[in-house]
Ligand binder design. Structure first.
Ligand code: 5GP
Ligand code: ZN
Length: 134
């Protein structure tokens, strides 16, 4: 992926504000942050989305998220933390190199990360369950 900006950032070819790095991942500050400290976990190899992410990356990812989450809690004194990960345009993905958002939350930060809850019947939930399990 020669023209992938996150490949270049993850590999250090383009400078970024890095807050954590290991062999597999780089964690950078988002240029359009939702809140103070909003960061992105980037794998150093190119995977377009969650579906392409190999198991070893998927397994290591949450350990990085936890490590950086604790760092944010400790150093930024955030009151909460959202992990957000978009796959596909309809889901809000704009950069097609896997990334997980880490969004520290602060009392009164005014951000809204959410959805409108539906009200499915028991039968509807059962139908969905059987579609998935079929
Ligand atoms: P998505 O909408 O794909 O889940 O998130 C893309 C995120 O990447 C956005 O929050 C956007 O602000 C951030 N972003 C896009 N380009 C760059 C960049 O070149 N550097 C950094 N640090 N963040 C970027
Ligand atoms: Zn890439």
């Amino acid at each position: 992926m020669n023209d992938c900006i996150f490949c270049k950032i993850a590999k250090g070819e383009i400078p970024s504000k890095t807050i954590y790095e290991d062999e597999m991942f780089r964690v950078i500050l988002d240029l359009g942050p939702a809140t103070k400290g909003h960061a992105l976990i980037l794998p150093k190899e190119h995977f377009a989305n969650l579906y392409e992410l190999p198991d070893n990356y998927a397994e290591a990812l949450m350990k990085v998220a936890r490590k950086v989450g604790l760092l944010m809690k400790d150093k930024l004194s955030c009151d909460g933390l959202n992990l957000v990960q978009n796959n596909g345009e309809i889901a809000g993905q704009t950069v097609f190199h896997f990334h997980m958002h880490m969004i520290p939350r602060y009392e009164g930060d005014g951000q809204v990360i959410g959805w409108k809850p539906g009200e499915p019947t028991g039968e509807e939930l059962e139908q969905i369950q059987s579609e998935i399990l079929a």
